[in-house]
Design a protein around this ligand. Sequence first.
Ligand SMILES: Nc1ncnc2c1ncn2[C@@H]1O[C@H](COP(=O)(O)OP(=O)(O)OP(=O)(O)O)[C@@H](O)[C@H]1O
Ligand SMILES: [Mg+2]
Length: 353
Amino acid sequence: MTPFLRLKDQHLFVRVFEQAPIGMALLSSDGSFRANSALCSMLGYSESELMNLTIPFVTHPDDLEVDLGLWTKLVQGEIDSYQIEKRYIHKYGDIKWGLLNVTVERDQQGISENDVFISQIADITDQKIREKKIRETEKLTLVGELAAGIAHEIRNPLTSLRGFVQLYQDEDVDGKNKLRHDVMLAEIDRINEIVSELLVLAKPGNETYKLGNIAEILNHVVTLFEGQASLCNILISKELGSNLPAIYCHSSLKQVFINILKNAFESMPNGGQVVIKVKEIDAQLQICFIDQGYGIPQHQLEKIFQPFYTTKETGTGLGLMVSQRIIENHKGKIRIESETGKGTIVEITLPLR
Ligand SMILES: Nc1ncnc2c1ncn2[C@@H]1O[C@H](COP(=O)(O)OP(=O)(O)OP(=O)(O)O)[C@@H](O)[C@H]1O
Ligand SMILES: [Mg+2]
């Protein structure tokens, strides 16, 4: 190669390296390091900052072992390249997914100090987020269909049981067994109610939405919790805005408030306060439940809406998932903010239509 060509190649290479839309880094055993601007912006560091960081520092702990294992094999000459999907940690803590390809240009004289390692990293974060969403939706649909299927199967035999109990009641002319029959009917009705709630998980569509008064619904739900509140030393207070508009809602909305209050209660084993605030903002109704419980650590926050995710010994991990589904059926949003040791805020917004 003439020196001219070498110079031209170098210019070409620098341009390819700098302009590439994917992240690239060069590392040689003597410690020299170059990173292109795509890699710098993907990870949030300047080139000089990156130079002083180690692979473990910018790698998600769960992906470190695989990456370092392959890296070691590459350095020791067992393999010449590898490709993996791994998570990086951005300067500000976000997780970035990368498709990493590492190859080595070995020194022709076999001096390993002169080997150059070439890493190329395509940012596949958006794709990974999309995939995760699809998986979650599939899981949700499956759980929903399962629950709705079971609920449906339970309702039919329940109807005949109820019919027979009523028959016994009619035959019990002197009313000797009235109490027993009443209890049995009430319990059957309770099962029916629970099962109907599960049916909410199935596709919306045949649900009837009626104009309802949110304050009334909340008052009713709070009444249900009064007994438990005094037992657990919990105070529920309400701050309801004046002239709250009626909204279109389904009977399942009550279940959402029950689930949220139940969680708030369970987070305060030593008592405390739950504040429920309702106000109208920007053509929406905002309902906040603020507790003083143990809170939710950051790493759990992203999982709490997943089906069967629970941190409780006797929890099923369906409460929030069902609630989210119901709120989405109402075209609303549910958002949770939390600070460990301080408490949790569940914010629901429902559109006024
Ligand atoms: N107000 C809260 N305070 C603290 N942690 C909460 C709160 N609300 C939810 N969580 C956390 O979110 C998880 C999921 O809640 P979710 O209501 O879906 O299920 P669960 O309460 O565990 O079980 P269940 O199906 O009986 O409601 C809980 O296990 C808990 O770790
Ligand atoms: Mg719950």
